[in-house]
Design a protein around this ligand. Sequence first.
Ligand code: ARG
Length: 579
Amino acid sequence: MDTLKQTLNQFVGEGLAEVSGIVQCNANVITSSRPEFGDYQANGVMSIAKKIGDNPRQLASAVVENLSSRTNKLIDKLEVAGPGFINIHLADSALMNRADHIQQNIRQLIPLATVPEKIVVDYSSPNLAKEMHVGHLRGTIIGDCLARVLERQGHHIIRQNHVGDWGTQFGMLISYMKEISSDAADLPRQLADLESFYRAAKERFDADPAFADRARSSVVKLQSGDAEYLAVWQQFIDESLKHCQAVYNKLNVTLSRKDLKAESFYNDELEGVVKKLQAASLLSVSDGARCVFLPEFAGKDGDPLPVIIQKSDGGYLYATTDLAAVQYRSFELNAERSLYVVDARQSLHFQQVFAVAQAAGFASDKIKLEHVAYGTMMGTDGRPFKTRSGDTIKLVDLLDEAVRRAQELVADKNPHLDVESCTAIAQKVGIAAVKYADLSKNRTSDYIFDWASMLSFEGNTAPYLMYAYARIRSILRRQEVVLNDYKITSLSEQAERSLLLKILQLSEIVDMVAKDCYPNLLCNYLYELAGLFMRFYESCPILKANTELRNSRLSLSALTAETLQQGLDLLGIQTLEQM
Ligand code: ARG
């Protein structure tokens, strides 16, 4: 089923084409900014009028006349407005029919994409030498939401957790593990806190040149495939991945071990990357390192910026691995899109990697490479989020604190709740609050992490939406109503109509998120939806209305709950029946 917007674009586009004689016409239909302008408006007339040198208002009138001569059950009224807009008023009966169709077949609330694509989503991708910290939160949450949205549209999603497991730090860690493994029984205990383990290894490294030498030769042994070193390394990696998985589970993030495609996976391809660049005459040597210089990347002084591919000691770099990964995603996975949900500070890196990949043929013709960039997480003091003493904050600790704070909030709101239920509710509310606060901001800006605002029952927050959902569910439960018990048969009140129209627009919002990768659009939508429900609930009596009206309104409420639930699910947020 097409969305309302798609249907209207098609319909108005045909009329516009017929009247103007231009075959490919974009009707440019958008939702109206104000209800008095109708439900949608077509803005495409003006640019076509300009093209053919016609008066836009006259053209708009001619299009309206043309469209009025065709039957379209969806449209109640068309009118020309302003310099040549066409305001579109939809027919109530068509809205109710659509609702009925969806209620009979709830999968249609978010229809499948007409052309399913193979899409790689590279997200989370922490460095395994240390514990996940707050810097990994945004990428993990935003990436997971995008994977869910695209998957729900029927695309074939390949999650790729491109973890860092292969750099020089691992030499240091291996050497340190070998050193203390005389006391092997103690190793698991030490690895339980990767942060202090890393710190201890680093202290050793900085203090003892002999150790540092051993560390450096450990990397070489590791990267050349020495079985003993690989085994020690694997032990570390396994432990570190367990820590990541604990975070993913707490966060209700869909990543698992099978989505792992670590940097080390590409090790054997790196030599080939260099050869291919050489064959394409793209490599030059600068200070002993092999680099690619592309004219479009210049520094402040106008000198070209290098993309370093191989250091003078033979070591490969972050970009080299990413080139191999583009190749893998293009030709092994055969993907049509590859999303990189990574910090905005890596923008130049990705621009360069994408450009080199295209120049050297690592990218297929069809693959679209997209850096889905996000800003830095700041504290309320406007500086990067850290502990008071300036340390980075471990992600597990942050999430545990979220749950603790949510527990206070829930107990406060609902003092009669038993401890067990309170804990269970807080678990979901706390995590949801953290996720929603992040997802509801435009991802490209830096974002201020603020406990007070994310854990509020007022405003555009997870607790507000979850509470709205639970409230509707409790009404339905008391009346023992399920989704398709009744039909929506009345839209005579403005509040009923606005609410249903909004519900029918979920699929349009999902389309936009899928295309441009901005989850905040979905959050705004859900917030507005919940607001419209509150308005409806206040102005339209349900249980006191006559039977027909009561049933229609219960049906509308049930569909609202379903829409909220599915929308929140796409954000990776679990709803509660009771709060
Ligand atoms: N491990 C990197 C980091 O922590 C992020 C990797 C992102 N993905 C990629 N294909 N480069 O910064």
